[in-house]
Design a protein around this ligand. Structure first.
Ligand SMILES: [Zn+2]
Length: 351
């Protein structure tokens, strides 16, 4: 990545220019960095900032307002308009593209669909990770899976997104909440966010351990007399073949026509090609698999709720943000993330 000075663009009718306070560094950006591309790209998809210019058609935020930037449209139910995917003219005349928004920059320009007002008095640093880490992790639990009180949950990968899935599972009343990771420090951290049990997959067979922790009634049996065990929901925030298979095998098997099998929810970005899936087990145990992008969240409704959790002490954003850098340290910061050295989330703070 390189830093470049560019001319601040003027907003179109549905666009907003924002001077940023802070932006999170999301793991999924590593895939974008290493992926193929045809043009220059601008990165980052979660931030906070202050509105410095607004287009004529923008009515939900105004000049001087503080906002949260997210890559998930705030509400497409009430409009047919396709939101603009931000791009940026570079000094040499080339155009750098984004995936909806870009935030690793002192200023940004975005479609109004990607901004949510930040209530006055709310800290602007740690809330910069609400737009992706919180939205994706908590949204996966509340919106995609719609976890109900008393349901059992396991989460693979308890970094920035996974910790939010754990916290949301606690808010949803899930029990047990089992965190799975390869790193004992991350697992200990997950307990602070609501994990009732932890499994280190370098030492334990994660699926077996989870099935031991979640037995069904002793008189209940599934297909061909198999004892019932496993979680209602397995959230795969890592999304590689190994974590996917562990998660799938940790989901509950069905009890014929009494209840179905558990669901594996793919939350992370799978990058290693297609997964193999134990198809016979899916059939016999009536297990389900689903994907979710951005937690299937509706930011207009969900971000105010997550900010309320933060205000009430139910979502410890201050503990989720575990390191802070300047924009000129962006390459070093993404390298640390790549090496697994970031406990929660790193944020970039701007002057
Ligand atoms: Zn992200």
């Amino acid at each position: 990545m390189r830093l470049e000075d560019v001319e601040l663009p003027d907003p179109g009718p549905h666009q907003v220019v924002v001077k940023e306070f802070a932006s999170g560094i999301c793991h999924s950006q590593l895939h974008t960095i290493h992926g193929r591309r045809n043009t220059d790209i601008v990165l980052g998809h979660e931030a906070t900032g202050e509105v410095v210019a607004v287009g004529d058609e923008v009515d939900h935020v105004g000049l001087g307002d503080r906002v949260i930037l997210t890559f998930q449209p705030r509400n497409l139910r009430d409009t047919d308009r396709m939101p603009w995917m931000a791009d940026l003219e570079l000094a040499g005349g080339d155009v750098a593209k984004s995936a909806n928004i870009f935030t690793w920059s002192t200023h940004t320009i975005a479609d109004d669909q990607y901004l949510i007002p930040l209530p006055p008095g709310t800290p602007t640093d740690v809330t910069s990770i609400v737009g992706c880490a919180v939205l994706t992790g908590a949204g996966a639990v509340l919106r995609a899976a719609e976890v109900q009180p008393g349901q059992s949950v396991a989460v693979w990968g308890v970094g920035g997104v996974g910790l939010n899935a754990v916290a949301a599972a606690r808010m949803a009343g899930a029990d047990p909440i089992i965190a799975v990771d390869l790193d004992d420090d991350k697992l200990a951290n997950a307990e602070r966010f609501g994990a009732t049990h932890t499994v280190n997959a370098t030492r334990d067979d994660a699926a077996k351990r989870i099935r031991d922790l979640t037995p069904g009634p002793s008189d209940a049996f599934g297909f061909r007399g198999a004892p019932i065990a496993g979680v209602d929901f397995a959230f795969d925030v890592v999304a590689n073949q190994q974590t996917f298979t562990e998660a799938f095998n940790a989901t509950r098997n069905s009890r014929n026509a009494v209840h179905g099998g558990g669901t594996t929810v793919v939350v992370g970005v799978p990058t290693g090609g297609d997964f193999q899936l134990p198809a016979l087990s899916m059939l016999m145990n009536e297990r389900r698999v689903m994907g979710t992008i951005g937690g299937t969240a509706m930011p207009e409704q969900d971000i105010p709720r997550f900010l309320e959790w933060y205000r009430n002490g139910d979502l410890d954003l201050d503990a989720l943000v575990t390191s802070r850098v300047g924009l000129d340290e962006i390459n070093e910061a993404t390298k640390l993330l790549e090496d697994g050295k970031v406990l929660g989330r790193t944020i970039i703070e701007f002057d």
